[in-house]
Design a protein around this ligand. Structure first.
Ligand SMILES: C[S@@+](CC[C@H](N)C(=O)[O-])C[C@H]1O[C@@H](n2cnc3c(N)ncnc32)[C@H](O)[C@@H]1O
Length: 225
């Protein structure tokens, strides 16, 4: 059980230290901006669902900014991070080595294939991954992730809603620029609930309202014991 000082809503995630450990200036700048977008307040909202012991995997972990922050704050967890981009994974591993975060390992590869053979997890989370996946693979991907959760485990998905329109348009432009032309596929909360309901777990939806114009929504699915 967490102590009062590291209760999920009181944790100050070590963003400064983690961002400062990226060697390349451009990546440090990107992570600095990303840390501002999903800063302490939003990471606490996500982090309240990440257990303090057990196996935790982030799918689509990018440069490992959040996985490293969460792993550093949870020394009794074993973390894994997976991303398609091998360069990002190399940076993520460099940072964990530099900071001596020894409860995390990173893997370069397609998350859709990765989940097929992963060990059972206590928690699987993904931050802005699902809208980057080919839509026809998402159903199977979510189902397979769910199968690899322990009873009582949690599937946590933070994604971007397609409403309100002006927020979606803002995020769409940034996504297209960042991915050099890939078209993201944003879903409404209704579409996510339709996707997640057949799993048979209890679904909690958080609208992560923010002053920045991002339509963040988090879906948490509790697997029955
Ligand atoms: C918006 S970034 C989010 C990264 C990280 N979760 C964060 O919040 O900073 C989306 C990430 O998904 C990764 N990605 C896209 N398709 C993927 C796939 N099929 N398997 C694994 N990662 C993928 C991209 O390489 C990118 O790093």
């Amino acid at each position: 059980m967490p102590q009062a000082s590291n209760h999920p809503f009181l944790i100050e995630y070590p963003y400064r230290e983690v961002v400062g450990a990226y060697r390349a200036g451009a990546i440090r700048l990107y992570c600095h901006i990303r840390a501002h977008i999903l800063r302490n307040r939003i990471l606490r909202e996500v982090g309240q669902y990440i257990p303090f012991a057990g196996r935790v995997t982030e799918l689509g972990c990018g440069f490992g900014l959040f996985a490293n922050c969460l792993a550093k704050s949870r020394s009794d967890c074993v973390f894994k991070g997976c991303d398609l981009n091998a360069g990002r994974i190399q940076e993520a591993s460099n940072v964990s080595k530099t900071l001596g975060i020894d409860n995390i390992e990173f893997h370069a590869g397609d998350a859709v294939a990765y989940v097929e053979s992963m060990e059972e997890q206590d928690c699987i989370y993904m931050l802005d991954l699902v809208h980057h996946l080919p839509p026809d693979q998402v159903d199977r991907f979510i189902n397979t992730s769910w199968k690899h959760l322990k009873p009582g485990g949690l599937l946590v998905i933070k994604d971007v809603s397609n409403k309100p329109y002006f927020k979606m348009a803002f995020t769409w432009i940034l996504d297209v620029l960042m991915t050099r032309g890939e078209i993201p596929y944003y879903r409404s909360p209704e579409a996510f609930i339709e996707l997640l309901s057949p799993l048979g777990g209890r679904i909690v939806v958080h609208y992560l309202d923010d002053y920045l114009p991002y339509p963040h929504v988090m879906y948490v699915v509790h697997k029955p014991l």
